[in-house]
Design a binder for this molecule. Sequence first.
Ligand code: A2P
Length: 270
Amino acid sequence: MSQTAAAEKPNVNPKLATVEKVLSVHHYTDRLFKFRCTRPQSFRFRSGEFVMIGLLQDDGKPLLRAYSVASPSWDEELEFFSIKVPDGPLTSKLQKIQPGDDILLGKKPTGTLVHDALTPGKRLYMFSTGTGFAPFASVIRDPETYEKFDEVIVTHTCRQVNELAYSVEMVEGLINDPLIGEMVEGKLRHYTTCTREEHPTKGRITDLIESGKMFEDLGVPPLDPATDRAMICGSMEMIKDTAALLDKAGLTEGSNAKPAEYVIEKAFAG
Ligand code: A2P
């Protein structure tokens, strides 16, 4: 970046954020889009973590919100999956970004949807709704996931079928990926459900767990704390309801400080 460009951004504290370049933008629906941006060499994170990202406002002040990094920790670029809220302070502007635009990237990634917060197990579930799939887009592209688990099941529930496009495209891409394809083969399973449109599997993931249909569809035994680990990401209500079902099955919630059988993180939006 030229010194002139840096001089135009006097309000970005270099201790808190760096200025990165948008590399590509893809809109899936009128509510969802993804974008990729440059990653500074100094930016280190664990797959599944979130970071503050944002834009400079017209008055020169930064506006930052928490976003899960959707790319894995080995990727040279960073990827984010975002909702578009028409009157959202950040997403109303963020949805208009174009390749070449500046974006602010916080310096302190953190989060609990990481392998370090789970005790060893055989089967990893990742339960997501809407943009809650974002951290799992990172975790399912990380080789560590397949080193640690024999079976990796990522569920994604959306209101409409077209909102599943990002995760469907990602999982298909992974299976055909020359680098990761061999590693995910026979391990990675994708379970998509829709609540407000016709789809082969209809309904909330919580209802599908409770009725046993999810286990039946996947051909796996019911949740078992001896073998199963889980990560949950979605709205507060979705997390609460899903966590209650895991609690009932005997799994306990973990954290970075105290790893256990499942971890939660709210899907960020704004
Ligand atoms: P539903 O259509 O029945 O509300 P949202 O876009 O509102 O975040 O929702 C994303 C998906 O999460 C929707 O399919 C929605 O189902 C589902 N969902 C919302 N609340 C819950 C909950 N408490 N438990 C499980 N799934 C939920």
